[in-house]
Ligand binder design. Structure first.
Ligand SMILES: [Zn+2]
Length: 368
C-alpha cells in the first residue's frame, strides 16, 4: 500500500494543519492503528505532490502512483481527504474505476470513502450512475443547441463531409470542394456499377491515393451513400424522428442518382449495423455470484436479430448467468433505484449495513 499527499501551494506546504508532513503523519498513525488489529499492509512508499492543484490529475507523483498501481505494486492508497486525490468528481470516478480495475483500494481518512467497505463502494457506484446520467444530459443540451442551428440549414461543427470545405466567410455554410466532389460522385457511380460496398471500396482504393479514400471503411462508404447532405439536405435527428430542411450548401449528387443508390442498398440487405446501443451500466453491474463486472455487448442471434446484452467475462466460476439482456438489466436497475428512493426502510437497512461495515473497518465497536 502507499500514501498519497498533496498541497496546492508552497505556502500551504509550510503551515502545520494540512501540510505535507502533517498529512503523512496522520496517514502513518492510521496505518499503525489498522496494522495493530492484524497485518493490514506494508508501506511501499509516499507519493508527494507539493504545489499542484487537485483540479487536474496532471501531477508528477500522482502519475507515478497510478503507474505503480497499474503494474500491481500497490493494493491500497491512503489519503487524508478526498480533495487531496482530486477536486473533480469526474476525475475521482475515473481514478476509482482505474484502481478497481487493478485491485487497488482507496482509503480516505476524513470522508466515508473506503472501497474496502461494501457500503461506500455502493455509494460510489450510485455516484457513477448519476455521473453517466449527467453526461447524457449535457449531450442532450449540446444536441438541442445544434438543433437550433440546424433549423437554419447550417452544418454541424466538427468534420465537414467529404466533398465540402468550410466557407471561411459564413460560419455553418459549406462550399463544394471540386476535387473531393469528384471522389463523391465516383463513389456513387462505382456503387451503382458494382452493387457492393466492399467491391466499391476495393475499386476506389486501387484508383485513388487520396488519403480520405484510403481511410474509408465499409461503414464510411455506407455513410456517404446514405447521407442526404449530398442532395443538399440538412437532416435533423430528433426524438420524434428525422426532420429535413434545405441545407446551406450545394448538392453534389442528383436526386435521381441518390434514389437509385438507395434502391440498390435496400435490395442488398440492411447495410452495416445500426448505431450502437447505449450500455449505460457497462462495468457498473456485477455478477451476484462472483462479483465480476459485466460488459455491454451486441451480437446477431441465430434468428438474425441483433441482441444487446451485458456479458460475464469468461465463464462464471460460481455458476452465475453468462449474460443478461440489456433491456432486462436496465429494468432491474431502474426498479432498484426506484425502490431505494421510495422505500425508506430498505434504504435505512442498507445504510445500517454500511454503517456497521464502516465501523468494523475502523475498528469501532459502537457506531454513532
Ligand atoms: Zn460470476
Amino acid at each position: 500500500m502507499a500514501f498519497y499527499v498533496r498541497v496546492s501551494t508552497e505556502g500551504q506546504a509550510r503551515v502545520a494543519e494540512g501540510s505535507l508532513k502533517n498529512q503523512e503523519q496522520m496517514l502513518a498513525s492510521e496505518l499503525r492503528r489498522r496494522n495493530a488489529g492484524g497485518a493490514w499492509g506494508r508501506l511501499v512508499g509516499s507519493y508527494v505532490d507539493g504545489g499542484f492543484s487537485g483540479s487536474s490529475i496532471d501531477r508528477p507523483e500522482f502519475k507515478r502512483l497510478l503507474a505503480d498501481v497499474e503494474r500491481g505494486a500497490i493494493d491500497a492508497i491512503f489519503f487524508t481527504e478526498l480533495s487531496r486525490l482530486s477536486r473533480s468528481l469526474k476525475d475521482f470516478l475515473g481514478i476509482f474505476e482505474f484502481t478497481q480495475q487493478h485491485n487497488c483500494d482507496l482509503v480516505c481518512l476524513k470522508t466515508e470513502i473506503d472501497t474496502t467497505s461494501p457500503f461506500s463502494n455502493l455509494v460510489v457506484r450510485i455516484l457513477m450512475v448519476f455521473a453517466e446520467f449527467e453526461r447524457d444530459m449535457t449531450a442532450d443540451r449540446i444536441r438541442r443547441n445544434a438543433y437550433e442551428r440546424s433549423k437554419r440549414g447550417l452544418a454541424y461543427g466538427g468534420f465537414e463531409p467529404l466533398g465540402y470545405k468550410r466557407d471561411p466567410e459564413h460560419k455553418g455554410r459549406l462550399l463544394v470542394d471540386t476535387e473531393e466532389a469528384k471522389l463523391v460522385r465516383d463513389i456513387f457511380q462505382t456503387y451503382l456499377r458494382k452493387c457492393s460496398l466492399l467491391e466499391t471500396l476495393r475499386v476506389l482504393k486501387n484508383q485513388y491515393d487520396h488519403p480520405k479514400i484510403q481511410k474509408l471503411s465499409r461503414n464510411g462508404i455506407y455513410g456517404i451513400l446514405t447521407s442526404r447532405v449530398y442532395i443538399g439536405i440538412r437532416e435533423i435527428k430528433t426524438t420524434e424522428g428525422t426532420e429535413e430542411v434545405p441545407g446551406a450548401w450545394q448538392a453534389i449528387i442528383t436526386d435521381k442518382t441518390f434514389e437509385q443508390v438507395r434502391e440498390v442498398l435496400s435490395g442488398n440487405g440492411p447495410g452495416p449495423r445500426s448505431p450502437r446501443h447505449n450500455y449505460i451500466f457497462s462495468g457498473l453491474i456485477r455478477c451476484a455470484r462472483c462479483d465480476k463486472k459485466l460488459q455491454g455487448k451486441s451480437g446477431t442471434g441465430r434468428s438474425g436479430q441483433v441482441r444487446y446484452y451485458y456479458a460475464h467475462p469468461g465463464r462464471c466460476a460460481e455458476g452465475g448467468l453468462h449474460s443478461i439482456e440489456a433491456e432486462d438489466a436496465h429494468k432491474l436497475v431502474d426498479e432498484w433505484l426506484a425502490r431505494l428512493a421510495i422505500d425508506k426502510e430498505y434504504f435505512n437497512e442498507l445504510l445500517e449495513v454500511g454503517r456497521k461495515d464502516w465501523a468494523n473497518s475502523c475498528g469501532l465497536s459502537n457506531p454513532g
